[in-house]
Design a protein around this ligand. Structure first.
Ligand code: ADP
Ligand code: MG
Length: 289
């Protein structure tokens, strides 16, 4: 592409809400065979709500929710806001709070050891899920995230959290696929929940159960499989992956850390801007003004 077509393309993209911060990203994006997306906050709204609760045998879920919310109050995760919003009344103070990135939280509340998070975390800590297993399968099959809670080492409750898909994500994925682009999703969610969302969006490749420090490895796996990869994300966790991708695109409504690490900024939260970015790149490559 000529310097003039790059300049014109950058200006045109900016008018359409896509900021190319580097000319080489504009020249490369249309040639990348796979576009990968973070799930939470990128393909989904990132504003989950608590939609169902299941108690283990003989457990009162209201009481568990109160203690869970007391711990989640200290977490930055979007799931924490959903749980906090669902609890009513004053929350007890907590001690020994510990965040377990990519897995959940633990703390001491009213003399009890409370562990919150994924089934993987429960398995690691030796918590048997028994009576919550069926509920978990059901929750995951709906594309919701199961938040498990154990008290003093015993399974207590399962809270289902649902994060709606952005209204434009489906169209964006469909447009990319029509253009012959492979679409992938990278998420910390469980494989079963992730697959349900991917199916709804028509996404062919899913990297699930990815820990925050594993997103770069997921990008590298995609690079080995497909050659080059563009990655779109919004979170602090996404910054290393945005830097590792051949082209990194940050959602403009996301965190500053993600925006700083990206080659391209999609100004609105609308994911169809990623399609626009690719379209402008293709025109520049063909030297169309
Ligand atoms: P994602 O952005 O895909 O949610 P994370 O790495 O932040 O990825 O978290 C992975 C998983 O760990 C979440 O889907 C959730 O199941 C669990 N998790 C993380 N933080 C919390 C929390 N504060 N409360 C409950 N579950 C959590
Ligand atoms: Mg995210």
């Amino acid at each position: 592409a000529t310097p003039t077509s790059i300049m014109v393309g950058t200006g045109r993209a900016a008018e359409l809400g896509v900021l190319f911060r580097r000319g080489d990203a504009l020249q490369r994006l249309a040639e990348v065979p796979v576009m990968a997306f973070d799930k939470t906050g990128t393909l989904t709204c990132g504003a989950p709500a608590l939609v169902a609760r299941h108690g283990a045998d003989g457990v009162d879920t209201d009481a568990v929710l109160r203690l869970t919310a007391a711990v989640e109050r200290h977490s930055e995760h979007p799931i924490a806001r959903a749980i906090e919003a669902a609890a009513s009344g004053p929350l007890p103070t907590i001690e020994n709070f510990e965040a377990l990135p990519g897995d959940g939280l633990r703390a001491r509340v009213e003399g009890r050891e409370v562990l919150i998070g994924t089934a993987r975390l429960m398995a690691e800590k030796g918590v048997a899920l028994d009576s919550l297993r069926d509920a978990m399968t059901e929750v995951e099959s709906r594309g919701q995230t199961p938040v498990l809670v154990a008290m003093d080492g015993a399974a207590a409750a399962l809270f289902a959290v649902a994060d709606p898909i952005k209204p434009t994500s489906r169209d964006a994925v469909a447009s990319l696929r029509r253009a012959g682009v492979k679409v992938a999703m990278i998420t910390g969610d469980t494989p079963a929940s992730a697959r349900a969302i991917a199916a709804e969006l028509g996404i062919d490749h899913v990297e699930a159960g990815v820990r925050p420090d594993g997103k770069v490895a997921a990008i590298e796996r995609l690079q080995r499989t497909y050659g080059a990869v563009a990655f779109t994300g919004d979170g602090i966790n996404d910054a290393p992956a945005l830097a590792a991708a051949d082209v990194g695109l940050a959602v403009g409504t996301g965190t500053d850390v993600a925006i700083d690490a990206a080659d391209v900024v999609l100004v609105s939260g609308d994911i169809t801007a990623a399609v626009t970015a690719r379209h402008v790149s293709a025109r520049v490559l063909r030297n169309i003004k």
